[in-house]
Design a protein around this ligand. Structure first.
Ligand code: ASP
Length: 310
């Protein structure tokens, strides 16, 4: 299993050793949660959901608790999940106060004939399914509030509205890809989106084919970065297509997407992705200064990273 905790400007100068340790520990906890399921013969779909839940509950990451703020000071979240064996998918977008958006995405996949529910419809659905909700104070963190104020200041100076200016420095979107003992692939992604986004703005994370994709024939993918670019490039699906028709390896296809396709679209320094094929070969590719990420293999030892590695 491979996970990410978002790509962006991770500056070693601003991260204390204590905070660095907490990031590594958070990533390791998520990997272990997924690994336990895979090791016990469970499905990759359960494993990616479990790993993403752990990251949603960790306020360090921009998903669930710790989500970034919209321009009007709310936390609005998006999430999606896809099963590579059936290519069934579920997603929710623009939900507020839902503790684990990824659980709602999974239930959309399983209990409805739809793929994507948004806003009040998604919230009503999650409530009917008995999912947990929390007060706004649960999601709000001081650090994200300060980020909102700083971003507003910067964007005022630039004279632009919304968080569409590149490169963006906000990060923390979470995702997981896994293959299980039956050879089935799955992918999941969850996010609070971009700091200072307009309310109602939806990024790539809940869009199947943009931020998330899984197909047993090719790979499972979860993306992070400036969502508008990932939607325009349909990069999660594009990666699968490169493997399917061009017969590219997962690592070569991932490199091509992040360093060629994304950059050609104006996305230098804007994102990354994780991807895995059925044989467990994987990629963790990004064109930003860093990406929180990690993998766990048969030995059950989590390996976690933040910056560019040699
Ligand atoms: N891709 C997410 C979005 O645009 C944000 C991120 O990955 O940092 O909503």
């Amino acid at each position: 299993m491979v996970i990410h905790g978002g790509a962006g400007t991770i500056d070693p100068a601003t991260l204390t050793p204590e905070l660095e340790k907490q990031y590594h520990a958070g990533l390791a906890r998520a990997l272990e949660a997924g690994y336990r399921i895979l090791k016990g013969g469970g499905s990759s779909l359960d494993a990616v959901e479990a790993a993403v839940c752990v990251l949603e509950d960790d306020s360090l990451f921009n998903a669930g608790r710790g989500s970034v703020f919209t321009s009007d000071g709310h936390n609005e979240m998006d999430a999606s999940i896809m099963d590579g064996s059936t290519r069934k998918a579920g997603a929710v977008a623009s939900v507020r106060n839902l503790k684990n958006p990824i659980k709602a995405a999974r239930l959309v996949l399983e209990r409805t004939s739809h793929v994507l529910l948004v806003g009040r419809g998604a919230t009503d659905f999650a409530r009917d399914e008995g999912l947990e909700f929390e007060d706004s104070s649960y999601f709000a963190t001081q650090r994200r509030w300060e980020e909102l104020e700083k971003t507003k200041e910067e964007e005022k100076e630039r004279g632009r509205h919304g968080s569409l200016a590149f490169p963006h420095t906000h990060l923390g979107t979470v995702g997981a890809v896994a293959v299980d003992t039956h050879g089935n692939l799955a992918a999941a992604t969850s996010t609070g989106g971009l700091t200072n986004k307009h309310w109602g703005r939806v990024g790539d994370s809940p869009i199947i084919g943009a931020g998330t994709y899984a197909d047993n024939e090719t790979c499972a993918v979860s993306c992070t970065g400036t969502g508008e670019l990932f939607i325009r490039g349909s990069y999660a699906h594009e990666l699968s297509v490169l493997m399917k028709y061009r017969r590219m390896r997962v690592d070569d296809a991932a490199k091509h997407i992040i360093h060629d396709e994304l950059v050609d679209l104006g996305g230098k320094d804007t994102g990354g992705l994780i991807a895995m094929d059925r044989q467990g070969r994987f990629a963790m590719e990004f064109n930003t200064r860093g990406m929180y990420r990690g993998y766990i293999g048969d030995d059950g030892v989590p390996h976690t990273f933040m910056y560019q590695e040699p």
